[in-house]
Design a protein. Structure first.
Length: 349
């Protein structure tokens, strides 16, 4: 007989939704998170507002945490899995939270260990992220927007000209991340709107290879950014950022006009892409799961049509642990994995 519990590893949007759905389906869920707090990267990185409804991110995450906090869900924060034995229907996990190791039993596992931001110092040194304080990332900007204070870190002044550079660490064969990170075009457009709302006298530019707006983000973000908020979208490749006086000079190529481009700005925002989190890589090793060439958990199953199946029966993957994903993707795959996990327990009961 199988164990009737589902253990979910990772307490971000995907893990929270998986725990809630398992519990709603009448089965016991154990949610393991290595941080002290639930809420995943949106909580850890202090996101301000979410696409596509401009919802307050903290409020949205609190709502998800509350929904996953029913009696059917046991939450273990500050906890890490150190070993997993057994097979579908009967897994035995050892977990550690500072005290003596504990053993947990589970019929199925859901991996929701998420992503981390691309480190813009890695092989894209020409953007000088670690050299110039006025070169920041979209994650850094979320924190500023949350504090309603977008300033140049070099001197505390309000920037008059802000430029976003898209595809930093994504769609880049040289660094080996050929994939698109899916969310950064929408996030940059959302942040550009928020800057224009906060600082109406500040000009905002977005330098892009091509804008990849996702579903309804096209009409909810891209067109309002251009038409209502007068954000300047420039099809261009930025090749380096240099200091010029106390400002920053972006050098590159305007690819529409096929000519060199030089733009002087006060603040540069790098639209860094996604990479698998360290926890995703660690858990893949611990569970013996196949990873793709980028380190994400290989998903899809033999026919490629099961986005939550991993190479190990009884272990499902959800959210950004399987590849770049927005919140909708993460929540949708979490619900599917919860249904698959419960179906497995019911088959084996
Ligand atoms: C700057 C930025 C802004 C964004 N804004 C939006 C937005 O506005 N709208 C939108 O739809 N999407 C947005 N996204 C994407 C969104 O953040 C992701 O879709 C979402 O966070 C993915 O959820 P997840 O649960 O899969 O992973 P995560 O949010 O990364 O959560 C993973 C969780 O697992 C935990 N964990 C990791 N390893 C372990 C381990 N070994 N053991 C236990 N726990 C572990 C982590 O601590 C973390 O809590 C944004 C992304 C970026 C880069
Ligand atoms: S979403 Fe946009 S910025 Fe992000 S990798 Fe894709 S094309 Fe580049």
């Amino acid at each position: 007989m199988s164990n009737n519990k589902v253990v979910i590893i990772g307490g971000g949007p995907a893990g929270l939704e998986a725990a809630r759905t398992v519990s709603d389906l009448g089965y016991a869920a154990v949610l393991i998170e290595k941080r002290q707090r639930l809420g995943g990267t949106p909580d850890e990185e202090q996101y301000a507002k979410l696409t596509h409804h401009f919802r307050d991110a903290a409020e949205a995450m609190d709502e998800m945490v509350a929904a996953a906090s029913g009696p059917g869900v046991q939450v273990l924060t500050h906890t890490q899995v150190t070993s997993v034995e057994g097979e579908a229907g009967n897994f035995r996990l050892t977990v550690q939270n500072g005290g003596a190791p504990q053993t947990l039993e589970a019929g199925a596992l859901i991996l929701a260990t998420g992503f981390k931001h691309f480190d813009p110092g890695r092989e894209t040194q020409y953007y000088n992220y670690y050299t110039y304080p006025d070169v920041i990332t979209i994650a850094d900007l979320e924190g500023m927007l949350k504090a309603h204070k977008v300033v140049r870190l070099s001197n505390g002044e309000t920037p008059k000209r802000v430029a976003f550079i898209q595809c930093v660490g994504s769609r880049d064969r040289q660094i080996g991340n050929e994939y698109c990170s899916k969310v950064c075009c929408g996030i940059a457009s959302k942040q550009a709107i928020e800057i224009r709302q906060l600082l109406p006298d500040t000009q905002v530019f977005i330098f892009y290879i091509d804008m990849r707006m996702y579903g309804y983000w096209e009409n909810e973000l891209y067109w309002p950014a251009q038409e209502q908020y007068k954000v300047n979208y420039v099809k261009g490749l930025a090749s380096e950022i240099l200091a010029k006086g106390d400002r920053l000079l972006i050098r590159g190529e305007d690819t529409t006009m096929s000519r060199p481009m030089e733009v002087l700005v006060d603040l540069v925002v790098l639209s860094v892409g996604m990479e698998p989190s360290d926890g995703t890589r660690e858990m893949a090793r611990l569970l013996g799961l196949t990873q793709n060439k980028y380190g994400y958990i290989a998903a899809g199953g033999p026919g490629g049509l099961d986005p939550v199946a991993t190479s190990r029966p009884g272990v499902f993957v959800v959210g950004a642990a399987a590849g770049p994903a927005d919140m909708d993707d993460s929540i949708a795959t979490a619900g599917l994995a919860a249904a698959r996990a419960v179906a497995l327990l019911r088959r084996q009961a």
